[in-house]
Each structure stands twice: as structure tokens, then as C-alpha cells.
Design a protein around this ligand. Structure first.
Ligand code: PRT
Ligand code: ZN
Length: 300
């Protein structure tokens, strides 16, 4: 390795809900990594980008302390760590630069079913169990409510059953865990998804160029995920109607069909998924020979 080579370090969750998606996205951006035995450090073989595999809670700190240039983790963790640093009089030193549209969940307050909840004032003097002390404190302060916060590092949902809390404040995705524990959501504090954070320390020309390139490739990767290439034949007279039926299409290509004065071939990239209903509506509008193909790569 050239010692002067500028390499980017990205912190990624080692094992957890975000790991596969994060690694898959980076791979789709063209990165090939060599996994080392201890799996803590992955050397980028074809790009000057290395990965550090760590616990998600450590990611904002690693970026803030300039150990890593970028990090991928949940907005819930990013916000909590920012508030934690704030409370300790430290600057955040990391900024959110990209939303990744996976790892969706929300940080919510939940109460045992049957609890009468009439807005934040119902939390006055209540005991609330959470691992998200910073975000919860901020919510209570914004609503001028004073409550007892009980810190739980895990299994927050069992706190009411154990008699340790009246409410919980935890992440919810399908709501299954709450239901299984006889709890119901009463308030959402934060809508979260996986995001990329970057150090606030200026990276310097070469490194910043590389970061910009990765973010541009991510744009392409995220766009093609939903995109489909659609081909069909249709009467020229139905063009306007067909165009309106194609989801998320800008300018379709229209080509005359050999031996037919009336029918044309239409090719278009649809930026949204194409469902069976769309195909059935296109057919009803006069389309035939419908073909929908996945899009592999896209660069705007
Ligand atoms: O070991 P490490 O510290 O790295 O991992 P971790 O155990 O802290 O995190 P992990 O892997 O569980 O989650 C990583 C990130 O995924 C979180 O910080 C969120 O940004 C995101 N995420 C998305 C979730 C969920 N959905 C989720 N449902 N994180 C946790 N949950 C838990 C929640 O805490 C609750 O226990 O799942 C349960 C609720 O799920 P539902 O579907 O029953 O509502
Ligand atoms: Zn964690």
C-alpha cells in the first residue's frame, strides 16, 4: 500500500439489523472488501475505502473523533449521541449527509393497553423506561413535562410488567413486540432510518472527491432499486393515455413498428415499481407485448 494514499474509513455495524443492507449498498457502489479474520477491519481491494465493523452505538463517536470519515447507522442513534455529547458540553462533530431508506423504525412512547392517554401532559410525574434518555428528555422539556426517566439498556418492553415503569419509550417497527407485551403506542418522538454521517472536519480535496463519488453512486443505486424498464406496443392514438399510466416516467422513447403505420413500440424507465394493476390498465388502453425488466445500473 502506498503510505501517502488517501483512504476513506467507513464505520458500519458489525452484526445487527443494519449490517447486511449497509454492506450490500457499498458493494452495489462497486466496493470489494477483503474480510480479515477478526472482522473488525475490512480492506477495500478495488477502491481506497476501508470498513471498520463496530457496534452501532460506537459509530457516531468514531466519526466525531475523526477515526472514521463516514459512518452508517440509525438516525435514532445519531440523534441520541448528538444530544449526549451536547449534555456533556461536547460538539457533535458529525453531520448527516445522506438518508438511505432502510432500517425504518420510530421511537415511540407506549403504555399498557387501556391506559388513558390525553397527550404529553399525561406523562407528568410518570415513570418512563428507555435507553433513549437524551431524546426522551428533549421531548419532555419541549412539552414542559417533568417525569422520572428509568434507564434500561435492553428489554425495555417488560418494564411495565415488572412494575418498574408506567410507560416505555422504545423503537417500534411492526408493533409486534408492543402487542406481545400488552402495550400500545401513544406518541411518536422520532421517525428513523439508516443514514450516513460524515465528520465535520474538512476532508481535503482528494478525500472529499471520493466521498462525493460514493454519494453519487448511492443516488444511482437507490434509484434503480425501484426502477423498471418497460417495453410495450400500442396504437399511436393511445400514446397520451399510456404515458399517463406509466409510473414515474419522464420521456418515453417511441419507435415506429416495421410494417405497421398505426402501432408503435414504447420504451420507458419507470422510477417506481410496476405492479400487475398497471400492466392490466395499460393492456386495457390498447397496449400489447408488455415486458418489464429490472434496471441494473443508472447514472443521471
Ligand atoms: O450490537 P449493536 O449495538 O450493534 O446492535 P443493537 O442491538 O443496538 O441494534 P440492532 O441491530 O437491533 O438495530 C440497529 C438499528 O436498526 C437501530 O438502531 C434502528 O435504527 C434500526 N431498527 C429498525 C431497529 C428496529 N427496526 C427494531 N424493530 N432497531 C431495533 N428494533 C427492535 C426494538 O428495539 C424492539 O425491541 O425491535 C423491537 C420492535 O420491533 P417490532 O417489529 O416488534 O415493532
Ligand atoms: Zn446498539
Amino acid at each position: 500500500m502506498d503510505p501517502k494514499e488517501q483512504r476513506i474509513k467507513i464505520a458500519v455495524q458489525k452484526t445487527g439489523r443494519l449490517t447486511d443492507h449497509s454492506l450490500d449498498l457499498l458493494e452495489r457502489c462497486g466496493l470489494k472488501v477483503r474480510k480479515s479474520k477478526d472482522q473488525l477491519f475490512c480492506y477495500g481491494e478495488n477502491m481506497p475505502i476501508d470498513l471498520l465493523l463496530v457496534r452501532d452505538d460506537d459509530i457516531p463517536g468514531l466519526v466525531a473523533d475523526d477515526v472514521c470519515d463516514l459512518g452508517i447507522c440509525g438516525l435514532n442513534v445519531v440523534e441520541e449521541k448528538r444530544l449526549e455529547r451536547d449534555a456533556n458540553g461536547k460538539n457533535a462533530l458529525f453531520k448527516r449527509v445522506y438518508d438511505l431508506d432502510f432500517g425504518h423504525c420510530r421511537l415511540s412512547i407506549a403504555a399498557p393497553e387501556g391506559t388513558r392517554y390525553a397527550g404529553p401532559k399525561s406523562l407528568e410525574n410518570a415513570k418512563i423506561a428507555t435507553s433513549y434518555v437524551g431524546i426522551l428528555k428533549q421531548f419532555l422539556a419541549e412539552n414542559s413535562v417533568s417525569a422520572d426517566i428509568e434507564y434500561f439498556s435492553g428489554a425495555v418492553e417488560i418494564a411495565p410488567k415488572l412494575g418498574k415503569a408506567d410507560y416505555i419509550c422504545d423503537l417500534v417497527s411492526t408493533g409486534g413486540t408492543l402487542k406481545a407485551n400488552g402495550l400500545t403506542e401513544v406518541e411518536t418522538l422520532l421517525e428513523s432510518e439508516a443514514v450516513i454521517i460524515q465528520t465535520q472536519v474538512p476532508l481535503g480535496g482528494e478525500k472529499q472527491e471520493l466521498v462525493d463519488k460514493i454519494l453519487q453512486r448511492l443516488d444511482g443505486v437507490l434509484q434503480v432499486r425501484e426502477s423498471k424498464y418497460i417495453m410495450l406496443h400500442a396504437p399511436r392514438s393511445a400514446l397520451a393515455e399510456i404515458r399517463d399510466l406509466l409510473p414515474g416516467t419522464e420521456a418515453p422513447t417511441v419507435v415506429p413498428l416495421e410494417g405497421s403505420s398505426d402501432r408503435v413500440a414504447i420504451h420507458a424507465v419507470c422510477r417506481e415499481n410496476v405492479f400487475w394493476e398497471t400492466l392490466e390498465n395499460l393492456k386495457a388502453a390498447g397496449a400489447s407485448s408488455l415486458l418489464v425488466l429490472p434496471v441494473e445500473k443508472m447514472l443521471a
